[in-house]
Every structure is written in C-alpha cells, then in structure tokens.
Design a protein around this ligand. Structure first.
Ligand SMILES: O=P(O)(O)OC[C@H]1O[C@H](O[C@H]2O[C@H](CO)[C@@H](O)[C@H](O)[C@H]2O)[C@H](O)[C@@H](O)[C@@H]1O
Ligand SMILES: O=c1ccn([C@@H]2O[C@H](COP(=O)(O)OP(=O)(O)O)[C@@H](O)[C@H]2O)c(=O)[nH]1
Length: 473
C-alpha cells in the first residue's frame, strides 16, 4: 500500500491539540492513515547564529504514534519573507478579497520561492516511488513544481484551505500567472467550496487559455490537472468524545453555573481581520441598542487567539477590537453584568465543547473564510434536546453546506443584529429542527469523508503526464 506524505507549513503532534483548522484536520487524518508529515519546525535561525548552511542543516524527526513528523528550520530572513511576507502579506489578504491590505514587496516572492525550493530539496530524498503526496495551502503552491523539477513523478495533490477569489482579484497579484501555472504541476487541486472552484475554472479559461477536458480536468502548460471542491469537515466522534471527557464536562458545568442568569453568545477565532470581529462587535452593540430586552441577559464571550503578530494588519485589528469591547462594556455594562468577555488568548481545544454547549448562540461571522471549523464544532457540541443556534456568515465556505444556520451578511450590521436577536429568542422546535439538519450534514461530510474523497480522486486522476518533463517555473 502507498504511504501518505502530507506537507504543510505548520506541523503539529497529532496526539496533542492545536489551534488553527489546518493543523486540527491534518492531525485527525494522519492519526487514522499513518504516514509522514513534513513541514516547518516552528524554529528560525537568527542571522549570525553558528551552524550549518540551510541546505546542509539536519532535519528533525519524531515518531508520534503512527505518524513520522519531519520538520526543518528556516533562516529568519527567509521565514520573514516567505511566511509573514508573501504568504500572509500577499496571498492571505488577496485570497480573502483584501487587496487594500496586500503589500506587494518584490523581496517577498524571492523568499517564498527560496523557502519552497528548500522544502523540495529536503523532502525529495525522503520520498519513495509509490508515495502519495498531499501538499496543503497557500504557503506551498509552487512546491509540486519544485519537486517535479527534481524528478519527482509521484501523484501529488494540493488542497487550498483558504478561499480563491474571482479572477480579476487574483490578477492583481504581480506574477499571478506564475502562481496558477505552478498549480498545473499537481495532479489534483482541491478547493473548499464550489464558489472557489468556479473562480479557478474561470481564471484558467480566461487567463491561461486552458482547454476544458470535462469532468473537472484542464489542460495547459503541457500538463493536465484535475480540480474540484472538497469541503473539509471535522472528526465528529472525536469531538463528541472530547465533550464527554472531564475537561469538556467541567467547562460546561462551570459555564452554566457562572452564567445561570444569562444567555451566552460565543465567538472563537484566531485574531484575524478575515474573521470580521469588529463587525461582529458592532452588531452585538446594535443588538443591545435596538433590542434593550437583551441587556443584563446577553453576554458575549469572545475568544481571539493570538495569530501572526509580526504582520502589521494583525496588530491593527487587535487595537480595534480592544477599543470596541471597552466602549461596549463602558456604555452598556452594569455593576453586575459585563456585556462582552473578551480574551486575547488561546483556549485549549478540549475545553471548547463545554463552552460551545453552554452557549445559546454562536457568532461565526467572518468577512471571508475558507471553511471555518468552529461553525461545525459548535453544532456537534450541542445538546440535541436543547440546542443552540448558529449565526453564520454567508461568506464562510461552511455556508455552502450549512444552509439551516441563520445566514447573515456580516457587513450589514443591523441585519446581523436582527439575526442575533432571532437566534436568542428562537423557539425550541425550530432550534431542534435546524440543529438536526445541520448535524446530519456535518456527520455525512466529516473529516474522513473529506480525506477519502480527496485521496480516492487523486488515486484515479489519469497519469497523462508521466514522461512529460516539467518545465521549470
Ligand atoms: O498557521 P497559522 O498562520 O497560525 O494559521 C492557522 C491556519 O489558518 C488557516 O486555516 C484555514 O484552514 C481551515 C481548515 O481547512 C479552514 O477552516 C479555515 O477557514 C482556513 O482559514 C490557514 O489556511 C492554515 O494554513 C493555517 O495553519
Ligand atoms: O483558542 C482557540 C481557537 C481556536 N481553536 C481551534 O482552531 C481551529 C480553528 O479553525 P477554523 O477553521 O475555524 O479557522 P482557522 O483558524 O483555521 O482560520 C478550530 O478547530 C478551533 O477549535 C482552538 O483550539 N483554540
């Protein structure tokens, strides 16, 4: 049987918990399949630090249950240009439709290419001929092309965890044609939603003049690539079990005891401008303003786990949130009631099911999101007899699947406040009906379904390209 080799920027011990949907999902996949997980170690080598040059630097290897974790360090300068610079200063904002936040510094692309070349050079000697290679996310778009240039002929799949914007937004990136050409080094390219997949099809037709071979296959640059939507899911049974374990139960009991006279609303996000936290706070403020019956009753617990703090746009959003929370509490708070409980800290995943279950409403209102696993976790954690309500942005990938949530446009503050009010006062029958339908979808398209569907499709892609040498990017 072929071995699965997963490659992503961030690697986590699959036996421990991590914040960030990619690490959570891949840990769950690899715990089941076994194989190798290759990525960045989380360590950077500072300029002037003694030791071998990047190419000669040894890898870190660690057996974690059935998974062999192999990681590499990056030089500080390369890491800054590759991760903070090109990945999170160019690709992240543009792919989330935020051209205004992109910083097209030409030095970034050099660092990005260099890091991808280093990933390829380090990974190449570890590969077996019959490995199935699955590369993840925007940090590593050119990796297959780099591996092909080193002679790799294995099946290689790619999954983009973030949205793909419409062609004319994508085309604003200097060198966008280079990026999309790099996708043709893969055999299969997966997106989170039909909308993202459709943007890809439109782009390759209009900008790359690709030939449509039908059934998701496109031919350009002397290669054939298959593309499709594979919405990522969660491990439902694992999350249910987490809720039944002691930490989950204790959290539930503590929250229900502490907030017995209140109705809890919960938001759990990385502190990222794509998550729409200022808009959410404004909607909550409008709720208190327009529907005063919720004052002294509704309490919003907002977890904002620290993220990418070296990128300026992330520091800006931190200040904006802090000021909004302060003003809401200052204007509406009472001696015995604070409307917003804001925490700029990561909450360990085992505690989240208890927090979700104790909450009447979840606010998942990103301005754009690839998928958003928190939306799915919230539904799974509910008591089916008395479930909470999911208020979900129509701009999260999850909205394509979770139609029975209260779908909102997060830019429309008043409409979002109305939806939150509806959620807080929704009759129990309607809550149950919606929850049942949501849970069925989340169960059907869980993380195992996602992984199996992607890998089966990859295994069946036609190897039309074997023997065709990859022309260097
Ligand atoms: O690794 P970080 O820079 O700390 O960021 C954490 C992850 O954020 C992004 O997650 C995305 O993947 C989720 C799972 O598919 C999806 O639900 C979510 O909508 C995405 O934002 C990023 O894509 C990952 O690479 C990061 O590791
Ligand atoms: O304080 C936190 C915040 C988030 N998460 C987890 O991180 C993941 C976030 O994934 P999502 O897809 O919602 O968004 P991303 O951060 O990947 O953009 C979910 O599994 C959360 O349970 C966590 O464990 N603790």
């Amino acid at each position: 049987m072929s071995r699965l080799v997963v490659v992503s920027n961030r690697v986590a011990d699959p036996r421990k918990t991590a914040a960030g949907g990619l690490a959570v999902a891949l840990a769950e996949v690899l715990n089941n399949t076994g194989g190798m997980w290759f990525g960045w170690s989380g360590k950077t080598i500072e300029p002037g630090e003694p030791g071998p040059h990047a190419q000669e630097r040894p890898l870190h290897t660690h057996q974690a249950g059935p998974v062999k974790l192999v990681t590499m360090d990056l030089d500080r300068q390369d890491y800054d240009a590759y991760y903070g610079g090109y990945s999170n200063g160019v690709l992240w904002p543009v792919f989330h439709y935020r051209l205004d936040l992109a910083d097209f510094d030409p030095a970034y692309i050099t660092g990005y290419r260099k890091a991808n070349q280093l990933f390829a050079q380090k990974l190449r000697p570890l590969l077996r001929d019959d490995d199935i290679i699955w590369i993840h996310d925007y940090h590593l778009i050119p990796l297959a092309a780099e591996l092909r240039a080193l002679g790799c002929t294995q099946r290689i799949g790619f999954f983009l965890h973030i949205p793909l914007p419409p062609p004319l937004i994508l085309a604003a990136i200097p060198g966008h044609d280079w990026l999309i050409r790099a996708l043709f080094a893969y055999d299969l390219v997966g997106f989170q939603s039909n909308a993202d997949h459709e943007h890809f099809c439109r782009y390759v037709q209009a900008e790359a003049h690709a030939q449509d071979l039908g059934r998701g296959r496109w031919r350009a640059f002397n290669r054939t690539v298959q593309a499709g939507a594979f919405p990522i899911g969660i491990d439902v049974d694992e999350f249910v079990a987490l809720g039944q374990a002691s930490e989950g139960r204790e959290m539930y009991e503590r929250m229900t005891r502490e907030y017995s006279r209140r109705q809890l609303l919960v938001g759990v996000d990385r502190l990222d401008y794509s998550k729409g936290l200022p808009h959410r706070m404004q909607a909550f403020r409008s709720l208190l303003q327009n529907f005063p019956e919720n004052r002294r009753v509704a309490t919003l617990i907002q977890i904002a786990s620290p993220s990418r703090e070296e990128v300026d746009a992330y520091t800006d959003i931190l200040h904006e949130i802090e000021s909004l929370c302060g003003s809401i509490n200052g204007n509406y708070g009472e001696l015995d009631w604070m409307p917003v409980r804001y925490m700029h800290r990561n909450v360990a995943r085992p505690r989240l099911p208890g927090l979700y279950r104790a909450s009447r409403v979840a606010l998942v209102t990103p301005l754009r999101d690839g998928m958003n696993l928190v939306a799915k976790e919230f539904v799974v954690a509910q008591d089916p007899a008395d479930p909470g309500v999911l208020v979900l942005s129509r701009f999260a990938g999850a909205a394509e699947q979770l139609k029975e949530a209260l779908l909102v446009n997060p830019y429309d503050i008043e409409a979002t406040a109305n939806a939150i009010n509806l959620a807080l006062h929704m009759p129990i029958e309607e809550r149950r009906t919606r929850h049942q339908a949501l849970l069925a979808t989340i169960r059907r398209c869980d993380v195992h379904w996602w992984c199996n569907t992607f890998l089966e499709t990859l295994a069946h892609t036609q190897a039309e390209v074997s023997g065709t040498p990859w022309l260097r990017l």
